[in-house]
Every structure is written in C-alpha cells, then in structure tokens.
Design a protein around this ligand. Sequence first.
Ligand code: DQA
Length: 151
Amino acid sequence: MAHTLATAPIMILNGPNLDLLGQRQPEIYGSESLADIEALCTETAARHGGTVDFRQSNHEGELIDWVHEARLHHAGIVINPAAYSHTSVALLDALNACDGLPVIEVHISNIHRREQFRHHSYVSLRADGVIAGCGVQGYAFGVQRVAALAG
Ligand code: DQA
C-alpha cells in the first residue's frame, strides 16, 4: 500500500560531492551547506505534516540501496543525483522499480545553461518532476511537490 506523509517520511537523497556544498564552487552552488538544506527540507515537510529522511552518499551503489529502501518504506523521493544524473543507468533502473512512488529530481544549478554533458539526465526519464536552477530553494519545491503527490 502506498505511504502518505502521515505514515512515512520523504526520502531526500543527495549524490556525490554534495557533502561539500558551501565550500565547493560557491559561484555555482551558493554558500549554504547540506545541513542548511536538511533544515529547510525538515521545516518544509513539517508544514505539510511530514518528516524527512535526509541522506548523502558519494557512492552509486549506496544511493541505489537507499532507493530500494524508499520503494517500500517512504512516501516519496526527492533526489539530487548530482553527477550520477548524467551517467547512471543503474540509478534510473532502481527508480523505475518504484512503481507509483512520487519522485522529484532537483538540481541546484540550471544544468541546461551549463556544459552539454549536463543537459541529459537519466533520472529525468523516471522523475515525475524536475527542478533546476532554483538554488537550494529547489529542495523546498521538491518536498512540496512530493507532499502534493503523496497526500
Ligand atoms: C547538480 C548538477 C550536476 O551536473 C553536478 O554534477 C552536481 C550538482 C546541481 O545540483 O546543480 O554535482 O546536480
């Protein structure tokens, strides 16, 4: 049975190098840290009566294991796959195994205004919505959208 915000947390997944947010290329990704984003997501989910399970990994397989976990135990997924967006068929396959689960893809930067290799995202082939170029606020939009889809 599908989870709602009342019965399960939203899984928020962050891919490689996002642990360095605030220090890494601040001219592109801004000065806020991943801890700041977690606080924003927690606050946004709470306004919708929900909670978040906020994680980051530099390892593709770990992200895939967490998608499998979300498939059974979470109300939806907000994912910033970072560079794996552009490379990972395995992550796409994992998301494709999540029938009916709301999935929102977030990118802090506008990937379409950047290098050509960032214009394509495998994850977008499964995502119900894609937010790019809204800075860290994109995570709040993602949480709001999962809340709307999951109920
Ligand atoms: C990113 C964009 C990706 O192209 C890049 O590899 C990242 C972050 C973003 O949030 O803008 O690491 O997903």
